[in-house]
Design a protein around this ligand. Structure first.
Ligand SMILES: *Cc1c(COP(=O)(O)O)cnc(C)c1O
Length: 231
């Protein structure tokens, strides 16, 4: 099958699944934002997804994103950074992305503050939570979140708009549910004092987005279920 047709089918299947999950929790399915995770996907495929109506994309690598963003600059795409951000790439990342979803450490916050000051920007970020406390992953441990927020609260160039996570890979998607539940609790707890701009809970991938929506995700990040397998 032609890749356009395949992507279209994938998209409609995803919409169906989102609608089902939303019906289950009595939520309007329009409240769920789909972020297309486009790492290692071609600009041609990104254009197909864009034409289907997804205008929010996420990239993991600054250099790769830079090329694609240049090629696709005529489309009104909102680009989020969703990878591990090295401090020496912050300056470039701030020019390319409208949101950094993966603020995972204090040194990164310091660098964002510094570069945003120079560029005269206010940067929307999400704090990445290491919800499974995996040593191989970045992110703030759940019990350290409030302390972290306290540490960055005077960083006037950073606007925290939500939390994101990538839970441990399990053999069944249902096993991710307790992690998503924990994220939701954490989210609600700090939402009470973070102000109206704090409203996004970015969780769920191709594999477990239905469960993530049931547990309160506002943004789901879909890669392979939409584009097909990465090269
Ligand atoms: C790649 C990636 C995704 C999408 O993963 P799929 O399994 O392809 O849906 C979501 N979030 C992050 C942070 C990613 O790196």
């Amino acid at each position: 099958m032609e890749f356009k047709e395949k992507i279209k089918q994938n998209y409609f299947k995803i919409l169906e699944d989102i609608e089902k999950a939303c019906n289950k929790i009595r939520k309007d399915f329009k409240e769920i934002k789909i972020l297309a995770a486009s790492k290692s996907q071609s600009p041609e495929k990104i254009k197909v997804v864009y034409d289907l109506g997804i205008h929010l994309f996420g990239e993991n690598y600054v250099q790769e994103a830079e090329k694609k963003i240049e090629i696709l600059k005529d489309l009104s795409i909102e680009w989020h950074f969703i990878g591990r951000l090295q401090t020496n790439k912050v300056k470039k990342a701030l020019r390319l992305f409208s949101c950094i979803q993966t603020l995972d450490r204090l040194t990164l916050a310091q660098e964002i503050q510094k570069q945003a000051e120079k560029l005269d920007l206010k940067v929307p970020v999400m704090i990445e939570i290491n919800i499974g406390k995996e040593i191989t992953k970045g992110g703030i441990f759940p019990e350290k979140l409030e302390d972290f927020i306290e540490k960055i609260k005077n960083f006037n160039r950073i606007k925290v708009i939500g939390l994101m996570c990538l839970p441990p890979l399990e053999e069944s998607s249902e096993k991710a549910r307790p992690y998503f539940k924990k994220m939701r609790k954490l989210f609600e707890k700090i939402k009470s004092y973070m102000g109206y701009e704090f409203r996004e809970l970015s969780m769920g991938t191709s594999y477990d987005f239905i469960i993530a929506i049931e547990e309160g995700a506002t943004i789901i990040r879909i890669g392979e279920a939409l584009f097909g397998k990465r090269d």
